[in-house]
Design a protein. Structure first.
Length: 282
């Protein structure tokens, strides 16, 4: 039976890599359906994403043979079954626009994810979770209970087999330990202003300064707050006539769209980490 796969890889650049990869797949009956590659001349690294179908070998056989192929050329590669949606857990606090958007897109078949749980430090969205038949876990977080709360959160993430954790306006700063545990598989969304406004009520600050652009940034979570590798960004133009409510609503719309694109690209295995940056094969 023919199966569709997605192969992502990176390695030191050298002559003939595209030929080597395509030849490897050809020899095993693989039919390439989509391929993209990138050479980073600054780092000397090569990146590639290949979508292919194969009837001759099972996933396990392909995985084992890929390992033998990759080791001599210092290649890091990942093989994924295309039909398998990515298990995901969403974390949220009191703002539900991103959560609501992701749930709707998921149920509409627009995101190749399997949302298995919602974790929140507040109770606001338990009814929304129930309407989508998604388990809701209320785990309060205080300075005194932060370590215990994160341990419970991570236990749920592991139990659900989540390969993606989405911080959909989750307003607690994750510990360095939690960031390390979720390295490369946790995506955060935050506003992105010119000039930048930090702290409470950023849209109030932006309105007071008369900004002309509001935006959002989706990035991987790292121990450096809001400084992880960027996946997607966008902006929307505003003017002097906009109220604080207008700016807030526009910002929320932009945040929802940017986060949804980041989640889609990640779950389609289109994002490859390149140090503190990303390579994205759209």
């Amino acid at each position: 039976m023919t199966q569709a796969y997605i192969l992502t890889l990176s390695c030191p650049d050298r002559l003939g890599l595209v030929h080597a990869v395509s030849g490897f797949l050809l020899e095993r009956g693989g039919n390439i359906e989509e391929a993209a590659q990138y050479n980073d001349h600054a780092t000397g690294l090569f990146f590639m994403r290949v979508q292919f179908s194969c009837a001759q070998l099972s996933y396990d056989d392909l995985q084992a043979q890929l390992k033998q192929f990759a080791e001599p050329i210092q290649m890091t590669c990942s093989l994924h079954a295309k039909a398998q949606p990515m298990p995901a857990v969403i974390m949220v606090s009191k703002e539900g626009h991103c959560l609501n958007d992701l749930l709707f897109r998921w149920k509409s078949g627009l995101l190749p994810v399997d949302i298995r749980a919602i974790i929140s430090n507040h109770r606001e969205f338990y009814q929304l979770a129930a309407s989508y038949n998604v388990p809701f876990h209320h785990i309060p977080v205080t300075a005194a209970t932060k370590a215990q709360s994160e341990a419970k959160q991570f236990e749920i993430i592991q139990a659900e087999g989540a390969e993606l954790v989405v911080l959909a306006r989750y307003m607690q700063v994750l510990s360095d330990d939690m960031c390390r545990k979720l390295s490369g598989k946790a995506i955060n969304i935050h506003h992105s202003f010119l000039p930048s406004f930090k702290g409470a009520k950023p849209y109030y600050q932006a309105h007071d300064r008369g900004v002309k652009l509001v935006g959002a940034t989706a990035h991987y979570v790292t121990a450096d707050l809001d400084e992880g590798p960027i996946i997607e960004q966008d902006v929307a133009r505003v003017d002097h006539s906009k109220t604080i409510e207008d700016l807030t609503n526009q910002g929320r719309d932009t945040e929802s769209q940017v986060l949804a694109r980041a989640v889609k690209w990640h779950s389609e295995h289109r994002v490859i980490l390149n140090g503190h940056k990303t390579v994205i094969f759209k």
